[in-house]
Design a protein around this ligand. Structure first.
Ligand code: CMC
Length: 431
């Protein structure tokens, strides 16, 4: 049988090294043995943006980008989207197994009773400028929650960790809805614990004078399915952020606030908004061929919602979302932008440029159309992404804390600055 090792020859010294291969990886630390002499620090691996570095072992989410597979704890995401609920999937992601009936009842009831925010947190939100971006409000308020729950610092205490997980899962929709209401100048709506979790979010966002808000069941279900599809996506930018920040053993509110800040960026949670802006810019189906030509000519224009670092096939989430969009449009009426999106997809999927580069629709291509049809403004899109991703962030945070191999995250660098220099008094410095 072939040996599970890698033999490396260091041509500087002529020495050979045999490095063990485990799970298709070598350990970067093994490279440190490769030295030119006793004074040499040893070889480092250089991998900006972690293009080819596994930073952890994880049993939460599996992605096969070439085949277009996404599984949470072994379950196919499309099957979960069809048969499960977001709370059930959150439980699965957090605790490893689908819940039994008593387990989901207990979990739902725990989440339900923790949806309220401390009144001072409400006043904190009130303090933001009248037009504050809801994502900025969300990030700041999540971080502020650490001051309400100082016991959250006891991250080595399993019971405390579970308590903060429940609080964060429960309060995230309330913060999200209130960040939206604040920016619109609407009075804040308190959680209605008689509603399902997606219905409660819709109620907190949309309720006006009615005594109880009852969402359309198709919209309620669509939101739940979108949340299932966004619940985790292994080691992306925001998940790496929660693990990195959490590795300093800070409380989970601070670590999740850091993850939400990472999600805020346009290359991550902001892409669905960019898709809508692109569709509005194209304006009409007849302009699609000219737009595709512009993209292919490489004038800096990209087909937003297409392509993915990991998926080199149709993103399995996009497939579910496309079908979901049809169901939502039957209730809300068709988005005028849908025909443009469909035409873009049709042309792109049969065009040599996109085929050669394996560019397919990703999760963001159709999700923004649904959010817009439900009546959410563009600046709420990353906030709506952050709510379900909280389950993934917390599961990854917990897994990181339990992993005996993990330590405080601390990458190395290749220093490119000056050698040692002598201090020059200010009057002797040259411009
Ligand atoms: N439109 C046109 N060309 C593209 C696109 C696109 N959307 N994406 C990649 N390419 C081309 C790119 O120009 C390059 O061509 P060439 O080899 O001739 O230089 C080739 O495909 C490879 O691109 P890359 O930039 O090296 O690929 P990447 O893995 O670094 O980028 C990506 C992945 C998602 C940033 C990129 O595909 C992109 O910018 N897509 C549009 C933005 C988008 O939809 N983002 C949402 C990602 S999914 C949500 C999430 O995970 O947060």
């Amino acid at each position: 049988m072939a040996k599970e090792t890698l033999t490396v020859t260091d041509n500087r010294t002529g020495k050979n090294y045999e490095l063990p291969i485990t799970d298709g990886t070598i350990r970067a630390l093994d490279l440190r043995e490769i030295k030119t002499g006793a004074e040499d620090f040893g070889l480092l691996s250089y991998d900006p943006a972690y293009l080819n570095t596994a930073s952890c072992r994880s049993s939460i989410t599996f992605i096969d980008g070439d085949k277009g597979i996404l599984r949470y704890r072994g379950y196919d995401v499309a099957e979960l989207a069809e048969k499960s609920s977001y709370l059930e999937v959150a439980y699965l992601i957090l605790y490893g197994e689908l819940p039994t009936k008593p387990q989901i009842e207990e979990f739902s009831s725990e989440i339900t009773v923790h949806t309220f925010l401390h009144e001072n947190a409400r006043r904190f939100i009130d303090g933001f400028r009248y037009d504050a971006h809801p994502m900025g409000v969300l990030i700041a308020t999540v971080a502020a929650l650490s001051t309400f729950y100082p016991e959250a610092k006891e991250i080595k205490d399993e019971k405390q960790r579970r308590q903060q997980v429940v609080r964060l899962m429960a309060k995230m929709p309330t913060i999200a809805a209130w960040s939206y209401r604040h920016a619109r100048g609407f009075p804040l709506v308190y959680p209605d614990n008689h509603l399902s979790s997606p219905a409660n979010l819709l109620s907190m966002m949309k309720r006006m004078a009615e005594s109880r808000y009852q969402p359309n069941p198709t919209i309620e279900r669509a939101l739940d399915v979108l949340f299932i599809l966004h619940a985790d996506h292994e080691q992306n930018c925001s998940t790496s952020a929660v693990r990195t920040v959490g590795s300093s053993l800070v409380d989970p509110y601070s670590a999740v606030a850091a993850a939400a800040a990472a999600l805020y960026g346009p290359l991550h949670g902001g892409a669905n908004e960019a898709v809508l802006r692109m569709l509005m810019h194209i304006g009409s189906v007849k302009n699609v061929p000219a737009f595709i030509k512009e993209v292919k000519d490489g004038g800096g224009q990209r087909l937003m919602g297409f392509g993915h670092r990991v998926y080199k096939n149709y993103d399995p989430r996009a497939r579910v979302i496309k079908k979901l969009a049809d169901e939502v449009f039957q209730v809300t009426g068709k988005s005028p932008l849908l025909d443009i999106a469909l035409e873009l997809e049709k042309i792109a999927l049969s065009d040599e440029y996109f085929i050669k580069r394996k560019l397919y629709p990703n999760v963001d291509f159709y999700s923004g159309l649904i959010y817009q049809a439900i009546g959410f403004p563009l600046d709420m899109f990353p906030v709506l992404f952050a709510i379900p991703r909280t389950a993934g962030w917390l599961a990854q945070w917990e897994e990181m804390l339990r992993d005996p191999e993990q330590k405080i995250a601390r990458p190395r660098q290749i220093y490119t600055g000056h050698d040692e220099r002598k201090y020059v008094p200010v009057e002797q410095r040259k411009a």
